[in-house]
Design a protein. Structure first.
Ligand code: GLV
Ligand code: MN
Ligand code: MN
Length: 414
């Protein structure tokens, strides 16, 4: 039986790792900064292991720092049921994004074990590493490594402090040889992930649970613009080549373009200005691009229009500009049979779960794109997401864990 009090305790316990409240600001009352491949993420893996080991799970960490907790099944060679989410957060994030999926996966599997269920095949709880990509700029890292979809050189990509992905992994005791993280998709019967919705649709529908049909495609890139560094007082207004002003025009253009393409969204969340002094006209500016939509054509359209407008802005005042693609994740339809199974499982706990498209990216994209039947269940959340105010009620989370338990029972004991 799903134990709501235990689930709540564990959500709270996990939120203590990387807790970064700022007492000066009410909004940060439950802030969590548990970046991917950090010591905090490692402590989270240890904590989750301590929850599962007493129930017969064997823990394994792969070279990408993903954590697997394997509960044995009658046939040890049968394709496994994999269930989980990620353990990292964005800086100053909330308690639920990723963490809730791991806590509910543990609750669902442990309560099955406690109820005496006998698995025909192994069941593995997974805590993916570095889903957010907040530290190294490459999202869905651990699941990408597991499903052969990593397109990044771990020796070359570095965080702001100059540490490479490979060095961060070695500091955690891993070899840094990511090939060893690969899993055979055929060895996985199904991947299930529970996650907070991170948007307002379930709340508006008055529904605690939803079932995901598709996950948006994502384009991540870096724009570099170069103007001319010069004196802030001695350069008249008509003779400037201000990189930050040009970048600002590009960012405003992006906002307008994305607003004109249905279902597309675009965000600039990072910007750096060089040399960065009050009395110097900026010579160089670099900013990030995050463009998403449920259709690849819409992403392509936003990008195409952005490039056209950026070229215009370049011609007016810049010396150089460029766009470097960093990561693309394809639009991901999820498995229809698992969608039905999750809907029926939600019905078994009395919830008619609406079908939703996810605007957030998820680790579920990697197994699904590698051919593993994949399903996702959303739990109603309020207060936004990627912010300390994100919130999911324990009662809703417990319903999600219970539905997950029913779905796992169906897949693992049949
Ligand atoms: C992850 O949360 C993402 O959608 O970027
Ligand atoms: Mn997130
Ligand atoms: Mn997430």
């Amino acid at each position: 039986m799903t134990d709501a009090a235990r689930l709540e305790r564990r959500i709270h316990e996990l939120a203590q790792i990387g807790r970064t409240d700022d007492p000066a600001r009410e909004i940060y009352a439950t802030a969590v900064s548990r970046l991917g491949l950090s010591a905090e993420e490692q402590r989270a893996r240890d904590l989750v292991t301590s929850w599962c080991a007493p129930h017969g799970a064997t823990a394994r960490r792969d070279p990408a720092a993903n954590l697997y907790l394997r509960f044995p099944g009658a046939d040890p060679h049968a394709p496994v049921v994999l269930v989980g989410s990620h353990l990292d957060s964005v800086p100053m994030g909330g308690r639920f994004d990723g963490a809730l999926g791991v806590c509910c996966a543990v609750e669902a599997v442990v309560s099955l074990v406690e109820s005496g269920a006998r698995f025909a095949r192994p069941v593995e709880v997974v805590g993916w590493a570095d889903e957010e990509g907040a530290r190294f700029g490459y999202g869905l890292f651990g699941s990408a490594a597991a499903f052969g979809r990593l397109r990044v050189d771990p020796e070359r990509v570095r965080d702001k402090g100059g540490t490479s992905i490979a060095e961060a992994l070695r500091a955690l005791g891993e070899s840094g040889d990511l090939a060893g993280a690969m899993r055979d998709p055929k060895g996985i019967r199904a991947y299930l992930e529970l996650h907070i919705e991170q948007g307002p649709r379930l709340e508006r529908a008055g529904a605690p649970l939803g079932v995901v049909s598709d996950i948006v495609g994502i384009f991540h890139g870096l724009v570099m613009v170069r103007g001319e560094q010069n004196h802030a007082g001695a350069t008249v207004m008509g003779e400037r080549h201000d990189a930050l002003v040009a970048a600002s025009h590009m960012i405003i253009a992006l906002e307008r373009i994305a607003s004109s393409v249905p279902d597309a969204v675009a965000t600039v969340g990072e910007i750096t200005v060089k040399p960065g002094a009050k009395n110097v006209i900026p010579g160089e500016c670099t900013f990030s691009l995050d463009i998403r939509a449920p259709k690849q054509e819409s992403i392509d359209l936003v990008l195409e229009r952005f490039k056209a407008e950026a070229n215009e802005i370049f011609r007016k005042s810049l010396r150089e500009w460029g766009l470097r693609p960093l990561q693309s994740v394809a639009v991901t339809p999820l498995d229809e049979d698992l969608r039905d199974l999750l809907w029926k499982s939600a019905m078994s706990v009395g919830m008619n779960a609406p079908t939703l498209v996810s605007g957030a990216g998820h680790d579920a994209q990697n197994p699904s794109l590698a051919g593993v039947p994949t399903g996702m269940i959303f739990v109603r959340s309020t207060g936004g997401s990627h912010t300390p105010t994100e919130f999911a009620a324990t009662a809703d989370a417990a319903l999600g864990a219970k539905a997950l338990e029913i779905a796992i029972r169906e897949l693992a004991t049949a």
